[in-house]
Design a protein around this ligand. Structure first.
Ligand code: NAP
Length: 319
């Protein structure tokens, strides 16, 4: 059996369960591609989720491989895959109820992969899939954002926020971002017209007539957001389910959704990167062999941007 190096957990738990070890190299099933992984984004909270440990029908699937946002090179395709070829550079989002990409190789449904943006590294491409798709789906698919509208992004320097801020601006909206004082500069650089420092201003005391709120914070920020929307406005939260009674009282539409892999949208995002309208934001890179440390907080305020595991440093992509 062919093997590969991977970061795996044999028992459900936190980062302490992750070991860097030899594992079987997967084979692509029908409709899948086998990717030589160059880099993959991680989600700090993924080890807390049931779906990270079970199959889609709820069965234990340990040992598991985390990190579901690969960027890499196609090295084989399964039956029925005609739109990807060996050597294609791709990036994508893998569902969390199957093995991820903290490994030398991973298999991914072809429909969850798109051509990687050409103008950035694999590490930068791997910082995009989950957070940028979430921001795109919130603004475009769920809020139906139109040019000229005003968008309030809660947590504008966070994982989702850095892309929501850029995408809303690129789509022609006026963008207001909220965050902590240390976030002011990056949020403005990403295209926000206004920054609200949550320690200095109450956003619901200074804003009104907003068309769209994208909430990546939840709690109080979500609850207080209804009051700043104009009637007919849209509140999309990716952090918590909005209260429908409040939505009705304020005559707005409010929704929560879970991001899904989508090749067409990944292609659109890659085009925006290549045309300079969207910038991947990498907070920190960590070699795969030290992957466990990526899931452990540093104890310091985190730098905006994704934590990315480096599997094959650029230029050494031999399968
Ligand atoms: N539904 C989905 O499909 C989906 C997809 C992706 C993410 N999510 C969820 O969305 C949420 C955000 O994810 P993320 O990756 O963007 O998290 P994140 O990187 O932690 O971003 C949240 C940001 O908001 C800031 N913040 C905290 N409290 C705030 C407040 N009251 N007002 C304004 N900003 C505040 C945080 O600053 P500090 O770091 O300094 O606290 C951080 O910069 C999480 O709950 C995540 O699980 C859901």
């Amino acid at each position: 059996m062919d093997t590969m190096m991977a970061l795996r957990a044999h028992t459900r738990g936190g980062p302490e369960q992750l070991v860097y070890e030899q594992a079987p190299r997967p084979e692509p099933a029908e409709g899948e591609a086998l990717i030589a992984v160059h880099a993959t984004g991680i989600t700090l909270t993924e080890l807390d989720w049931d779906e990270s440990w079970t199959t889609s029908d709820g069965k234990d699937r340990t040992p598991v491989i985390p990190a579901h946002e690969p960027s890499g090179t196609v090295v084989a395709v399964g039956a029925g895959v005609s739109d990807l070829a060996i050597g294609d550079e791709v990036y994508g989002l893998v569902d969390f109820d199957r093995d991820g990409a903290a490994a030398e190789f991973t298999t991914v449904p072809a429909s969850a992969l798109a051509a990687k943006p050409r103008t950035v590294s694999h590490a930068e491409a791997a910082a995009l899939p989950l957070a940028a798709l979430t921001a795109w789906q919130a603004l475009v698919d769920h809020a139906g954002l139109r040019a000229g509208e005003t968008v309030l992004v809660h947590g504008a320097a966070g994982g989702v926020g850095v892309y929501a801020t850029q995408l809303a601006a690129a789509l022609g909206a006026r963008v207001i971002g909220t965050g902590r004082p240390r976030h002011a500069e990056i949020v403005r650089q990403l295209g926000a017209d206004r920054f609200i420092d949550l320690t200095a201003e109450q956003f619901d005391e200074v804003l009104s007539g907003v068309d769209v709120v994208l909430d990546a914070v939840g709690g109080d920020a979500l609850r207080r957001s209804f009051a700043v929307l104009k009637p007919g406005g849209r509140l999309i939260s990716v952090a918590a389910t909005p209260d429908q009674a409040l939505a009705e009282a304020h005559q707005v539409r409010a929704a929560y959704f879970i991001v899904r892999p989508d090749r067409t949208e990944l292609t659109r995002l890659a085009e925006m990167v290549d045309s300079g309208r969207l910038r991947p934001v990498v907070g920190r890179t960590v070699p795969l062999a030290e992957g466990r440390s990526a899931y452990v907080g540093t104890g310091k305020p985190s730098k905006p941007g994704k934590i990315v595991l480096i599997v094959r440093p650029d230029g050494t992509d031999q399968a």
